[in-house]
Design a protein around this ligand. Structure first.
Ligand SMILES: *Cc1c(COP(=O)(O)O)cnc(C)c1O
Length: 393
């Protein structure tokens, strides 16, 4: 889909996908229209039948949304991209486009919380079942395969412990068994990791996070070869969770600074993680960019840097962790991530608060754990903000 395949990511991020109207606008136009008019009855008929390409109705396509799709496809190295209303609707669309009643998913046991709910509580009602297996153990994925397994679903690094799934190893197992691989690439973005280059079939995004990068709008996307995204598009145009033109326009602008932001936020995260690791009140730091990370070598092979998410355990339990959170004046206390503003959350009482204490312990999420999504502030200011609470422990 990219018309600029030879360009580097920085260039694609600001240039790919743009379609100028007859007015020659320099910036991408925002087309706020729900439907499109046709010069004649015959053309209307051709557009509706699909015989002629072109816009019909904004649940199907909209030029601003198309520009966003083409830009993201270029960045992911994908033939095609289909934008959705949110990250969750992207996951829903990808699964329902390719699976049916009786089919089976093997998924990582450390997925985004709402994804687990979607698989367990909603897709299960349609007769699509899921087995959750260890994120880091390819043999467990292989052992979970059944004749009706149609999809491997993963997200790497995991949230909040930044465990790395071996994309190439999982792709090899899946493809030997005619199984599709979908990777939620929200944490790395195509700037740091391109799963399609490693053999994955579909890349899924919550554009709400780093792609927007400034915490303004919800959005999502499914990228991959046209033969797979076409099915996602068919689901979307009928079921309806399409991306709004306004959100697409905001996201187009977000993509223009994606590389600058992700590189700078990752550099900040590495500096912060390095400092936390030497801090006497910190028991452990989880960050793929640190040599102490158990999968540092694998992370270096499949990601360009460690990313912007850092988790760490304070010496203590909930009380001590909350003390750090409550003494922040700069870091925002919110579970969102991917923003230029640094955020801090206590996973055990927020994002992972609804799972049982036993399941949390099994997942390694204890009461002293904090997760930081590092933004663009000066690292010294972030350190001073955290130090206020850490000093009280
Ligand atoms: C936020 C998030 C989602 C869901 O995206 P929404 O845009 O909030 O629907 C899915 N996967 C990951 C990894 C996320 O962080």
């Amino acid at each position: 889909m990219s018309d600029l395949p030879e360009y580097r990511p920085e260039t694609l991020a600001v240039r790919a996908g743009q379609q100028r109207s007859q007015f020659g606008e320099h910036s991408e136009a925002l087309y706020l229209t729900s439907s499109f008019v046709f010069p004649s009855a015959a053309q209307a008929a051709r557009r509706f039948s699909g015989e002629e390409e072109g816009n019909v109705y904004a649940r199907f396509t909209n030029p601003t949304v198309t520009m966003f799709e083409e830009r993201l496809a270029a960045l992911e190295g994908a033939e095609d991209c289909v934008a959705t209303a949110s990250g969750m609707s992207a996951i829903m669309a990808a699964v329902l486009a390719h699976l049916k009643q009786g089919d089976h998913i093997v998924a990582s046991n450390s997925l985004f919380g709402a994804t687990v709910q979607l698989f367990n509580n909603i897709l299960s009602r349609t007769g699509i079942t899921t087995t959750f297996v260890s994120h880091t153990d390819p043999a467990a994925w292989e052992a979970a395969i059944r004749p009706e397994t149609k999809l491997f679903f993963l997200e790497t690094p995991s949230n909040p412990l930044t465990e790395i799934a071996d994309i190439k190893a999982l792709v090899a197992i899946a493809h030997a068994n005619d199984i599709l691989v979908a990777v939620d690439n929200c944490f790395c973005t195509p700037i740091l990791q391109r799963p399609l280059d490693m053999g994955a079939d579909l890349v899924i995004h919550s554009a709400t996070k780093f792609l927007d990068g400034q915490g303004r709008v919800l959005g999502g996307a499914v990228c991959g070869p046209k033969k797979l995204t076409e099915e996602v598009f068919k689901y979307l145009r009928t079921a309806g969770p399409t991306l709004s033109a306004f959100n697409a326009w905001v996201l187009l602008k977000g993509l223009e600074t994606l590389k600058l932001r992700v590189d700078a936020q990752s550099a900040n995260a590495l500096q912060l993680a390095t400092w936390l690791e030497t801090h006497p009140k910190v028991a452990r730091v989880f960050y793929p960019g640190l040599p102490s990370h158990p999968q540092h070598e694998l992370a270096k092979q499949q990601q360009k840097s460690g990313g912007a998410i850092v988790a760490f355990e304070v010496r203590g339990a909930r009380e001590q962790a909350w003390q750090v959170v409550d003494n922040c004046r700069l870091l925002s206390i919110t579970a969102n991530l991917g923003d230029t503003k640094t955020t801090i959350t206590h996973p055990a009482s927020t994002t992972h608060g609804r799972i049982t204490p036993e399941a949390r312990a099994a997942a390694g999420i204890n009461e002293g754990l904090l997760r930081i999504a590092v933004g663009l502030e000066a690292v010294e200011d972030l350190q001073a903000d955290l130090e206020r609470g850490l000093a009280l422990i």
